[in-house]
Design a protein around this ligand. Structure first.
Ligand code: NAP
Length: 271
C-alpha cells in the first residue's frame, strides 16, 4: 500500500510538472497569507520551486516564518517574511506596501490565513469567538484582495486564490461559526469574479481535512472516521492543496474564474 501510494504521488507530481509550464511563474511576485506553516507554507515552497518571488505573511510565530523563509530561499528566489494580522485593515495596508516595496507589484495573491474553532457544545455560539473567526477568515480574505485589485487592474494582470473549506459547502452543525466564515469566502470570490474580469481571475479551493496543526482540533477517532468516509482512503496533505493552487494560478486554468475546486479525496460525493 505504501509503495502504491508513493508511486501514485510521484506520477501525479510528474504529470503536474508536464501540465504546468513552471516558467510562467518565474519572476512573478506572490503574496501568501498565513504562510509560516501548514498549507500556506507548502504553497510558498511550491511557488518558489517555480521561480516566483515570495512574500510570506504570518501573524505571531516569527521562528516558524523564518523556517519557511529558509526553505523558500533555498530555491534561489527573492523572498521576505512580513508580520501582519490580516484581520486589521492598517496591518494589511502595511503588508501590501512592504511586499511591493521589497519584491515589486503583486501578481498573485493567495488568501490562506485562517483559524478554526470547534465548540464543545453546538449551541455555544460565543459572540467573541464569532467575531474573531469572522474577522480572521472573512475580513482577512477581503482586505488583502481589496488592496491588490486596483494595481492588478492597472497592470491588466492578476490571479487570486482563496482558501475556503468543504465546511463552507453543505452543512457542519458542529462548527457553525467556522462553516459560516468559509461559506462567506466562497461567496466573496464568486461574486467578485465578474467585477474583476477579464484581467483578474479569482477562484477558491475547498480542502477536506488536511494534516496540519489545524487538524489537531480533531481526535484520532474522528480522523479515522473521516478516512473511512473518504473514497481515496486518506487525509489530505498540504502539498495536495498547494498543487491545486498552482493549477488555478496557472494558464492551464485560463478559462476558470469564480469557481470552487473541492480537494477532499471525494468525501463530499458520499451521502
Ligand atoms: P495552520 O496550520 O493553523 O496555519 C495557519 C496559518 O495562518 C499560520 O501561518 C498562522 O500564522 C496564520 N494566521 C492565523 N491567523 C492569522 C492572522 N490573523 N493574520 C495572519 N496570519 C494568520 O492552518 P492550515 O491548516 O495550514 O490552514 C490554512 C487555511 O486552510 C485556513 O484558512 C484553513 O481554514 C484552511 N483549511 C484547512 C484545513 C485543514 O484541515 N487543515 C481544511 C480546510 C481548510 P501564525 O503561526 O503566525 O499564527
Amino acid at each position: 500500500e505504501w509503495l502504491y501510494y508513493n508511486y501514485k504521488k510521484k506520477v501525479n507530481l510528474i504529470l503536474l510538472e508536464v501540465l504546468i509550464n513552471k516558467e510562467e511563474f518565474k519572476g512573478k511576485v506572490v503574496l501568501v497569507t498565513g504562510a509560516s506553516r501548514g498549507i500556506g507554507k507548502a504553497i510558498a515552497i511550491e511557488l518558489a520551486k517555480c521561480g516566483a518571488s515570495v512574500a510570506i505573511n504570518y501573524n505571531s510565530n516569527t521562528r516558524l516564518a523564518k523556517n519557511t523563509l529558509k526553505s523558500v530561499r533555498s530555491y534561489g528566489v527573492n523572498a521576505e517574511i512580513i508580520k501582519a494580522n490580516v484581520s486589521e485593515e492598517k496591518e494589511v495596508k502595511y503588508l501590501i506596501r512592504e511586499t511591493e516595496k521589497k519584491l515589486g507589484p503583486i501578481d498573485l495573491l493567495i488568501t490562506n490565513a485562517g483559524i478554526l474553532h470547534v465548540p464543545k457544545d453546538v449551541l455555544d455560539l460565543d459572540y467573541k469567538i464569532w467575531k474573531k473567526i469572522m474577522s480572521t477568515n472573512v475580513d482577512g480574505t477581503l482586505l488583502p484582495i481589496k488592496e491588490v485589485i486596483p494595481g492588478m487592474i492597472k497592470r491588466k494582470f492578476g490571479r487570486i486564490v482563496c482558501i475556503s473549506s468543504i465546511a463552507g459547502l453543505g452543512k457542519r452543525p458542529n462548527m457553525i461559526t467556522y462553516a459560516t466564515s468559509k461559506a462567506s469566502v466562497i461567496a466573496l470570490a464568486r461574486n467578485l469574479a465578474e467585477a474583476v474580469a477579464p484581467y483578474i481571475r479569482i477562484n477558491t479551493v475547498a480542502p477536506g481535512l488536511i494534516e496540519t496543526d489545524m487538524a489537531k482540533a480533531f481526535s484520532k477517532e474522528t480522523k479515522k472516521n473521516i478516512i473511512l468516509n473518504t473514497p481515496l482512503k486518506r487525509l489530505g496533505t498540504s502539498e495536495d492543496i498547494a498543487n491545486t493552487v498552482i493549477y488555478l494560478l496557472s494558464e492551464q486554468s485560463s478559462f476558470i474564474t469564480g469557481q470552487t475546486l473541492i480537494v477532499d479525496g471525494g468525501k463530499v460525493v458520499l451521502p
